[in-house]
Design a binder for this molecule. Sequence first.
Ligand SMILES: Nc1ncnc2c1ncn2[C@@H]1O[C@H](COP(=O)(O)OP(=O)(O)OP(=O)(O)O)[C@@H](O)[C@H]1O
Length: 455
Amino acid sequence: MARELLPDELRAAVTWGTALLRSRLGAREKERRTIVIRRQLGNSAYGGENDLFDASLTYLATKIDPHTMRRLCLQRSRKKEHDGSSSWSTLLCMEHGGSTTDAFEGVEFHWTSVEGGSDGNNNRGKESLELSFDVEHTETALDKYVPFIMSTAEELRLRDRALKIFLNQGSGWKGINHHHPATFETLAMDPSMKQSVIADLDRFLKRKEYYRRIGKAWKRGYLLYGPPGTGKSSLVAAMANYLRFNLYDLDLSGVYDNSCLQRLLIDMPNKSILVIEDIDCSFDTMSREPRKAPGAGDTYYSEEEEEDHEEYERRAGVGYQQERKITLSGLLNFIDGLWSTSGEERIIVFTTNYKDRLDRALLRPGRMDMHVYMGHCGWEAFKTLARNYHLVDDHALFPEIQALLAVVEVTPAEVSEMLLRSEDVDAALGVLMEFLQGKRRAPDEAVDENGVAKE
Ligand SMILES: Nc1ncnc2c1ncn2[C@@H]1O[C@H](COP(=O)(O)OP(=O)(O)OP(=O)(O)O)[C@@H](O)[C@H]1O
């Protein structure tokens, strides 16, 4: 019918087009590219471990469906962190010869696990993973898929690691496990403020490229202020738990001079939170305190020694006095300068009970990116605490407690303390009511030093 109806030229064009299409499709079916990712770097079994192999295993573990694969491999390994700590991880992997398919940006990637050679001991080093895809997706594979695997694996590793808190000792850090239970869910604070902090952290994490483009260091500063016991430390812990970042709690009274401070800051890895608590007190005390002999416990230099040393420094032409003094502006300049360019994805948190006592340098716009006020316990904060401690969302005493919280200034720490007095919810809320009523009657005298309501 086509021969009858179509002119010869048109038929020839259609035939040519179909042949071209068929040859293209045929070629695409056949032309595949395979990237071999070996466990060990180089050809020798004694080369270093290939991080991409490790990352691919971690990534694929999230893609493997144990219900659909006939043979699987389960492995448990101990991983050393950059900070010297280690953690255990369990991985589900493909058995040698096994394969799986993953889709990324609409492209299909095929993975196969390949066993090493047959020369006994060295087999492990020769293991590899093979990643195959259509040739036309080579760029997507190399420029997008592989980096995506690396970053996903890093995120998974961070999520699984045990968090640590590091304290400064001399010019180094000492880490201990950090099991603070505070999370944003358990944190009692104004809900809209809580949401803004979470949104700010999320935005910060996603903005690597943005920070790079505008030429700003990828760091973020938070100033937490409010009366004692309103949850500033708990918020820091919630941030660490949320981001899965380790905490570096810097006690400035233990820092002898600027170079020590700089060494400590430079030693902080990426993806970590630097915390300096009570920033208003840290600098006041330090500038007044006499110089402490380094490493000599409570020994202080005598006035004579101090003068001798200054005389020596003067003769030697060294600005010793200036060098040893740690100032807030010195700290801030260092954080904004060298520290910013020597790492990324770092958070700085300063806390204070007295924002009005802070140096203006700290409050200048752009210095601390977000100021978070942690205030007295309001109604919403109370409901969070009641849920945390007694798993209740409602109670007959709630209306009265709500009315009292509107007129009495009480910190979340005080409310928590009252709620912990009894495991029985009725009794605990009763104790809290009494406490609040006492505070309303005589704000300054209603509680003794232990926070107990007076008769
Ligand atoms: N906002 C809050 N949400 C949940 N628990 C809180 C909150 N505030 C205080 N608490 C409880 O009180 C305890 C002490 O609070 P936290 O140390 O976080 O307060 P802070 O503001 O850092 O106090 P300080 O200024 O004295 O260091 C916490 O361990 C927690 O149990």
